[in-house]
Design a protein around this ligand. Structure first.
Ligand SMILES: [Zn+2]
Length: 346
């Protein structure tokens, strides 16, 4: 072991111990008070939802959708002094009632019985997204990022995992915001490398949800044709933007400015949700785009501008894909730092 490797291993150990101590402190907070009752939160702030449960479950030991994704993110948050704004995910007793707003009873039964650990982790991811909505609606946070896994935007009602997804947490959060808080119009922005086929399917005829997705339509799951624009009352509320391999910051930012911004301004959302997949980042194992962390900062700012103009900055972002462990963690830090440090004060 050379000197640099030795120093790195000491740093890793220290970070691990710090993390464990913070997790223990968080467990106490969670035990003593429900998330929504946590005091001393300033208004106009950012919260990151985390939980040890996201370190459980992996599809296979060498599978890219692994707990290591969250370990790397949490370590990066600690190194960036962002771990102090994390909160553990609270439990909702009626979580399946909300999952059923999007998924069939048969799908849920099959997932619970066939993959119980995955069910537990995926249910916690839904919990995080709903708790994030609670937090902003109770003015405990201005915006929230959910450092959760597994992803959700491919979860169809097939009774099994689809594209590493079990339950579509972002779609369920949209339904939750509408039904519990009477919000009318929800904008979902999906910048994952892959098309959010489940989100599209759920809201395809629904004009109350504007779905904007940038993706490579030639990749899994093979959907995302720009000609698919919604149907019935939902015509015009499904926006697919295909981007080719090698897509740069300049190209995706242009699409956001030229397509998303005018559509969103016409739509006037009451809440902005982001399916924040970072497999669209450069050097991802499963993607071929060239988006940098600076690019994600700009996309985040555009989403925040919409939230500021129409919905009192209300924005919930949920992790989707992202399989280059270091790259994914860096993109998350860039995204969350922007959410935290670029607050509009109007
Ligand atoms: Zn993806």
């Amino acid at each position: 072991m050379n000197r640099r490797t030795f120093l790195n291993s000491i740093l890793s150990t220290l970070l691990y111990i710090t993390h464990r101590q913070l997790s223990a402190a968080e467990a106490l907070v969670k035990k003593d008070s429900d998330f929504l009752k946590v005091e001393n939160l300033e208004k106009n702030n950012t919260t990151i939802m985390v939980d040890p449960v996201f370190l459980e479950h992996h599809i296979g030991p060498t599978h890219p959708e692994s707990p290591s994704r969250i370990q790397h993110i949490e370590r990066a948050l600690i190194e960036s002094n962002l771990f102090e704004i994390t909160k553990s995910v609270g439990l909702k007793n009626d979580i399946y009632k909300w999952i059923e707003t999007v998924h069939t009873k048969n799908h849920i039964k099959s997932i619970r019985e066939s993959t119980p650990i995955a069910n537990k982790v995926a249910t916690a991811a839904v919990n995080a997204a709903l708790s994030a909505v609670d937090s902003i609606m109770h003015n405990n946070s201005t915006n929230v990022f959910c450092a959760t896994r597994p992803p959700g935007h491919h979860a169809l009602n097939t009774g099994r995992e689809e594209g590493f997804c079990y339950y579509n947490h972002v779609a369920i959060a949209a339904k939750y915001a509408q039904e519990k808080y009477n919000l009318k119009r929800i904008l979902i922005i999906d910048w994952d490398y892959h098309h959010g086929n489940s989100t599209e399917a759920i809201f395809y005829t629904d004009p109350s949800v504007l779905f904007f997705s940038t993706h490579d339509k030639n990749a899994y799951p093979g959907t995302g044709d720009p000609l698919k624009t919604g149907s019935g009352d939902g015509e015009g509320y499904n926006i697919n933007v295909h981007l080719p391999c090698g897509t740069s910051d300049r190209i995706i930012i242009k699409k956001f400015n030229e397509i998303l911004l005018p559509k969103a301004r016409k739509f006037k959302p009451d809440l902005v949700l982001i399916s924040a997949g970072f497999d669209s980042r450069k050097d991802d194992l499963l993607g071929c785009f060239s988006i940098t962390d600076s690019g994600f900062i700009e996309l985040t700012k555009i989403a925040m501008t919409i939230a500021n103009e129409f919905c009192n900055n209300r924005l919930v972002s949920v992790l989707e894909g992202g399989y280059n462990l270091d790259g994914n963690a860096k993109a998350v830090v860039a995204h969350v730092s922007t959410l935290k440090n670029n607050m509009h004060t109007s």
